[in-house]
Design a protein. Structure first.
Ligand SMILES: [Zn+2]
Length: 253
């Protein structure tokens, strides 16, 4: 397997951390292989990211108790050294992708709620960091001035909330799924990212969003407001996630 480019964004000897008590290291990358050791929540291993070419499942290949052991990647997160902070991370320096994440309890302290008139029909509240929210509202107003009603369908999500989303994605589509981020590894936890959609809600979290005038407007104009699209077909090897025309991140102006 060729090593994904995004893995090289940090040192190799940073531990992977179990975020569940259901983490079992095995002698082979199979969930029915003999057990090397059971890991508890908070236990750490140092090892290499490994994708099984047969199953496309993600594992971490580590040495545990002197034995080669495969630990399910879907039970682990790994924190980039630059993301260990006690205050809010500066905009645009955070490295968050499939291989490098945030502490699961990282939460910026300047979150504000996106006003309802800019959101989808879901009654949920969408928090965003204050500066990112200012920039976002300027962006959405500029689009409205050109008769394009773009809405927010997700913004900040906590690391704990991501545990549920990720676990459901693995339950539904198996450990080879690549659309849902492991806890700590979602850009949404930064509080600087939004998922955008059309006000009619015809193109919600689907690749066809890229065919809408809303998407075309964002591609041409979002950078003026400090936003960039995170996931393109061209950077899958950097981010580890599928192309997402709806996901935009504030990098600062
Ligand atoms: Zn998103």
């Amino acid at each position: 397997m060729t090593k994904p480019k995004g893995m090289d964004a940090g040192p190799a000897d940073i531990p992977w951390i179990a975020f569940t008590d259901a983490c079992i290291a095995r002698v082979e990358p199979r969930t029915d292989a003999p057990v090397v050791r059971r890991l508890a929540k908070g236990d750490t291993v140092i090892g290499d990211y490994f994708v099984d070419p047969q199953t496309d499942e993600e594992w971490v290949l580590a040495t545990i108790d002197g034995e080669r052991a495969y630990v399910p990647r879907w039970n682990l997160c790994r924190i980039h050294p630059g993301n260990h902070v006690t205050e809010n991370l500066p905009y645009g320096t955070e490295i968050v992708n499939r291989w490098w994440g945030l502490p699961i309890d990282y939460e910026p302290d300047d979150l504000e709620i996106v006003p309802k008139e800019y959101c989808d029909s879901d009654p949920k509240e969408y928090p965003l960091r204050a500066e990112a929210l200012d920039a976002l509202l300027a962006l959405l107003d500029a689009a409205r001035a050109e008769d394009l009603d773009i809405r927010v369908g997700s913004a900040y999500r906590s690391g704990i909330y991501q545990v549920g989303l990720y676990t459901r994605a693995i339950d539904r589509d198996g450990p080879s799924q690549r659309y849902s981020a492991p806890p700590g590894h979602s850009e949404h936890q930064l509080g600087t990212c939004v998922d955008l959609l059309d006000a009619e809600e015809k193109f919600v979290l689907v690749d066809e969003f890229k065919t809408t005038p809303h998407s075309a407007w964002l591609e041409s104009n979002a950078s003026r407001f400090g936003f960039r699209r995170s996931y393109y077909p061209e950077n899958v090897a950097d981010t580890g996630y599928i192309s997402e025309p709806w996901h935009w991140r504030y990098w600062g102006r």
